[in-house]
Ligand binder design. Sequence first.
Ligand code: ADP
Length: 295
Amino acid sequence: MQLSIQSLSKTYANKVHALKDVSINIQQGMFGLLGPNGAGKSSIMRTIATLQEPDSGSIFFDDINVLKEKDTVRRMLGYLPQEFGVYPKITAEQMLDHIAQLKGIQSAGERKDVIAALLHRVNLYNDRKKNLGTYSGGMKQRFGIAQALMGNPKLIIVDEPTAGLDPAERNRFYNLLSEMGENTIVILSTHIVEDVRTLCSEFAIICKGMLLMRGKPDEVIKGMDGTIYTKTISKSEIQDYRSKYKVISAQLKGGQLAIRVFSEAFPGDGFTPTAPILEDVYFNAIASQMDVIAL
Ligand code: ADP
């Protein structure tokens, strides 16, 4: 099973060049598409989900031409969009029944069984009679997964699913997502590095519409061994350090800044060598593309 994206490019009517010759091969399992806001993640996801056309490029899901055989793809697709609106005045059960009918499950008895199984799976069975408008953010996202899983999709796309969830909700959602990777391709877009570290066997970093790197989290972290150094400095020194070193992240700690620096050689100057983490890989990759690094 493979999703093969080749040379995808897209410029919107407002002249934003959102995708620049993006090529990625994605295998079975959970694949993370990591990048800052505006990187082009949703543009890729919507294109794979057959909701918009690229200017050029191709996408194949095994031998299915995704850009041409849209109906075939839609039958195999589960999609949780970034802005997942729910109808507030109907219950989860009613909404899923509607979706099941749209997916072509004609027997009422079969729909009932499928819906009960899905609601149990996302742990919403006891809340099935509540109106969707009363659901918390985490419950809405879990409902979103239930609707995306209807009809046993082979390709599942979830766009920024943990944005806005509190830590407990996010954990529950992680557990749910991590069960989904078997016999399917799950593509998860996120700007949260922790999402990728927790869930994904492979990932790619995109920024400003370009693919910057791809790999397995453990391997890319290992690849940065011996290049990350930390130091605590005062806030006023940051510009000075930026001009001298490649500062890839800076975190406020008790009024001071803990900075992490990328360097091929030991910089001395009071720096301490430290083990790389996935954030280092990410910030180092996007630092060259971004003018400023968020503190
Ligand atoms: P991400 O999902 O990584 O935040 P998007 O794919 O949503 O990124 O957006 C990439 C760029 O394309 C951004 O600059 C965004 O403003 C722009 N963009 C996205 N959708 C549209 C659209 N429908 N029309 C015009 N510009 C868009």
